[in-house]
Design a binder for this molecule. Structure first.
Ligand code: ATP
Ligand code: MG
Length: 430
């Protein structure tokens, strides 16, 4: 590489720039608030885990483990992996810290995940997920709570045209019997299946239902439905969940081909799918994974959760031009100063205004009064505070309301010490 070649971000890994980050923050804040209103506590786990963790929990035949993980040997030769999802890490942390020991847990997380996929709209190599996980409940009431949370998040954000699909994968007995029926059905048309699906017919036939290949999907039209293989218990639980969803006013459709791309699920699985976003239309997916805690060495603990893809969510909101008020993207007050002693006072005044809860932007460095006013106007601030050389001598300042000619208080002198109160009241009246 020549010395002057510019360095670019790694393919599939995005910068989130100031034009977008306000919306990101808003989405994260709304999620955090709705989660905490439902008594969920945040958990933060490392970005890097032992490779075994994912191989053992997600399933060796999944796309993630077979071809998408960022796996490397560290300096000691240990095999480590950048986390491709958040559930396995949450379970690992829960077992390691005794969180499941005679306790129930409602948890949430947010952060970047890494998968070596082909980058395209809505599909990146580093992407953010925000998710919730519940441990210790085997009943459908917790499932209704979790689904209601995702619904509330979308409602609050004004996300439209995004529909809930649910399915039940039953217990392992049911899946065993269904697997046989599905293999029998597909064996007759094996030659017409896509290459991946042909292989999966031997290794993991249920995953064929998740195939994105159109021809394979067409072949599956008349395939047997897993819902006809459920145990009485699974069927009751699935129908109870539907009662709760009806009570909550959360619309859903049943999609008996929904299996999700990870091997760890049993019974209820679900996805929220946007109608307009094209191929990468799943914004949120999740389900029940009662075996994972035990599989990773803990005491058997029922579990239920979801993960939302934040890039897709933010992009859909932007495409829908959802009307989300974004606070904090422009200052309330812009500070202008002329001369060295005025600048010292301005820096201190900014600190005092911020302490009073205001959003403040200072003009830094030299600049003519005219120039500084131009910047004040551009900043979007409602009020400018000016400290000139004369004001500096008296520890005072001029307050000017920007972009309003009709206001009788268009400009007013005030002592700097009184400015925080004065400005706070003034802003209320604007
Ligand atoms: P898909 O079928 O779209 O690949 P998935 O089944 O692999 O999704 P999960 O592992 O369940 O998805 O992750 C939950 C959510 O995270 C997805 O619904 C999606 O919104 C988001 N997501 C998954 N992979 C990516 C990616 N590579 N880039 C951006 N978002 C992603
Ligand atoms: Mg995927």
């Amino acid at each position: 590489m020549s010395k002057s070649a510019t360095i670019k971000a790694v393919r599939g890994m995005n910068d989130i720039l100031p034009t977008d980050s306000a919306l990101w923050l808003k989405v994260e804040r709304i999620c955090a608030q709705i989660f905490s209103q439902h008594s969920y506590a945040q958990i933060r786990t490392p970005l890097i885990e032992s490779t075994h963790l994912f191989a053992r929990s997600i399933g060796a035949d999944t796309d993630i483990v077979s071809k998408e993980m960022y796996t490397f040997a560290d300096r000691n030769g240990d095999s480590l992996t950048l986390r491709p999802e958040g559930t396995a890490s949450t379970v690992r942390a829960g077992i390691e810290n005794g969180l499941f020991y005679n306790q129930q847990q409602r948890l949430w997380y947010v952060g970047p995940m890494f998968r070596h996929e082909r980058p395209q709209k809505g599909r990146y190599r580093q992407f953010y997920q925000i998710g919730v996980e519940c441990y210790g409940w085997s009943t459908p009431d917790i499932e209704a709570e979790v689904l209601s949370i995702s619904h509330k998040v979308f409602q609050t954000l004004g996300l439209g045209r995004t529909n809930l699909q649910i399915n039940s994968l039953g217990d392992s007995d049911a899946r065993g019997r269904y697997r046989e029926a599905l293999v029998k059905y597909l064996s007759d048309c094996k030659e017409q299946l896509d290459e991946d699906s042909q292989r999966r017919l031997e290794t993991n036939p249920l995953r064929i239902l998740d195939s994105k290949n159109q021809d394979t999907q067409a072949l599956l039209k008349e395939a047997p439905s897993i819902l006809n293989y459920l145990s009485e218990e699974s069927a009751k639980s699935f129908s109870d969940l539907q009662l709760y969803l009806n009570d909550l006013g959360v619309p859903f459709t049943i999609n008996s081909k929904l299996v999700r791309g990870l091997d760890y699920y049993n019974d209820t699985v679900f996805e929220w799918v946007n109608e307009d976003f094209g191929a990468q239309s799943t914004v949120c997916g999740g389900g029940r994974y009662d075996r994972m805690v035990e599989q990773l060495g803990g005491k058997a603990t029922p579990a239920f959760g979801f993960a939302m893809g934040l890039e897709r969510l933010v992009q859909i909101l932007q495409e829908q031009e959802a009307d989300i008020a974004i606070e904090g993207d422009s200052a309330d007050v812009f500070l202008i100063s002329v001369g060295a002693s005025a600048r010292r006072q301005m820096i201190k005044l900014q600190s005092n205004l911020v302490s009073a809860g205001l959003n403040v932007q200072c003009h830094m460095g030299e600049g003519s009064m005219k120039n500084q006013f131009k910047r004040a106007d551009k900043s979007g601030a409602k009020i400018a505070i000016i400290i000139g050389e004369e004001e500096a001598e008296k520890n005072s300042a001029n307050i000017k309301i920007l972009r309003r000619t009709d206001n009788p208080l268009a400009q007013q002198a005030v002592l700097q010490n009184d400015a925080p109160n004065m400005v706070t009241n003034l802003l209320k009246s604007l």
